[in-house]
Write a protein that binds this ligand. Structure first.
Ligand code: PLP
Length: 395
């Protein structure tokens, strides 16, 4: 009954764990949810006030499909000031979250059978968006030894005559890897030579720690600018996940095509959220500093603690708010009669015996890992890791 396209989409691997965690919570177990994909902060007051103002002013009608002119202007200024990128408003499209932006880009860029390179571990939505568009995801395995980063040589090897684009995500969800300028330059050279496109998802741009810096690949050369769509949004930076505002800067022809498609599908993003985003983007430094400082402290605590636990380890991530825990040494062991053969099994054991809900790495193309988010309170992180420690000590 369902179309081939829909039947082709994988069920979320995290669903089973989430369902089980919810059931335990309903039964009164105080489960620590390490799966959090959003900041545990409320949207700053000055943004909420702007939304109220929008309502009072009657900003409740359709806007141009690609976004309010004032918001597009604010986005162009942001791209210029933060990323060294010159986009004019016609190159910018505002959508219902960066996920929607990425979907639009895939629809506008990918033809049936086109290959799209995705470095693994990856954000689990990327392959599905490529498949929905009729494309073929091609995964490049990035090792922990190389900081979970793809090398230029690996990229070169993965490119075929069918390659249309690379999805690039720095800082990365799930690994927290942040590519250095030299690393991006090396990838940029391969991309330029091959003439492929880059979908650069920079949503975690502001969440970098310990001196790591974010660079936009489109800013490196005219050729890269002409072949890159730069994606961003306000969800993570301003704690605005529920507001659903994402945006992109793209070559004009692509931006026009995306605007056309959006005008016939969702039309404009919510007018009140757009209005508030104009205000969000012109302030928020104090909030962001606090966010980064808090995440940095939790990151240091979490990784320090994990690396003192038996059998598991973690690399110090430089960005976003996730830690990949290497659980390979647990494979082949068992706990309370339960055989541990995979990351999914580890997640199951942690949930059942430590009341800690982690995301199994199979979801991200990282079979030897589980992902822990530190977008939860330090008390919860401590409690969750206490539980995990008690289990690990008995294995
Ligand atoms: N890109 C990455 C790597 C993400 O982790 C997320 C959210 O989890 C998004 C994009 C989408 O963000 P949103 O649709 O809330 O703007």
């Amino acid at each position: 009954m369902v179309s081939k396209r829909a039947a082709n989409i994988a069920e979320s691997l995290t669903l089973a764990i989430t369902a089980k965690a919810n059931k335990m919570k309903a039964e009164g177990v105080n489960v620590v949810g390490f799966g959090a994909g959003e900041p545990d902060f409320n949207t700053p007051d000055y943004i909420v006030a702007a939304a109220k103002e929008a309502l009072d002013k009657g900003v409740t009608k359709y806007t141009p499909s690609g976004g309010m002119p004032k918001l597009k202007e604010a986005i162009c200024n942001k791209f210029k000031n933060d990323n060294g990128l010159s986009y004019v408003p016609a190159q910018v499209v505002v959508s219902n979250g960066a996920k929607h932006t990425l979907h639009n880009i895939c629809q506008a860029l990918i033809d049936d059978g086109d290959e799209v390179i995705i470095p693994a571990p990856y954000w689990l939505t990327y392959p599905e968006l490529v498949r929905i568009a009729g494309g073929v995801p091609v995964f490049v395995e990035c090792t922990e030894k190389n900081g979970f980063k793809m090398t230029a040589a690996q990229l070169k090897k993965a490119i075929t005559p069918k390659t249309k684009a690379l999805i690039f995500n720095s800082p990365s969800n799930p690994t927290g890897a942040v590519y250095t300028l030299d690393e991006i330059k090396a990838l940029g050279k391969v991309i330029e030579d091959a003439g492929i496109y880059v979908i650069s998802d920079e949503i975690y741009e502001k969440l970098v720690y310990g001196g790591a810096k974010h660079y936009s690949i489109a800013a490196l050369s005219q050729k890269l600018y002409d072949h890159t769509v730069t994606v961003n949004g306000v969800s993570k930076t301003y704690a605005m996940t529920g507001w659903r505002i994402g945006y992109m800067g793209a070559p004009l022809q692509l931006a026009k095509a995306i605007d056309n498609m959006q005008s016939h599908t969702t039309s404009n993003a919510n007018s009140i959220a757009q209005y508030a985003t104009i205000t969000a983007m012109t302030g928020g430094k104090e909030f962001m500093d606090k966010l980064v400082k808090t995440f940095d402290e939790r990151r240091t605590y979490m990784v320090g603690r994990i690396n003192k636990l038996p059998l598991v380890s973690a690399l110090m991530p430089e960005g976003a708010f996730y830690v990949m825990m290497n659980v390979k040494n647990l494979f082949g062991k068992s706990y309370k009669g339960r055989k541990i053969a995979c990351a999914n099994c580890v997640a199951d054991v942690f949930l059942e015996f430590a009341a800690a809900a982690v995301v199994p790495g199979e979801a991200f193309g990282a079979d030897d890992y589980v992902r822990l988010s530190y977008a939860i309170s330090i008390e919860d992180i401590k409690r969750g890791l206490d539980g995990i420690e008690a289990v690990l000590k008995e294995i």
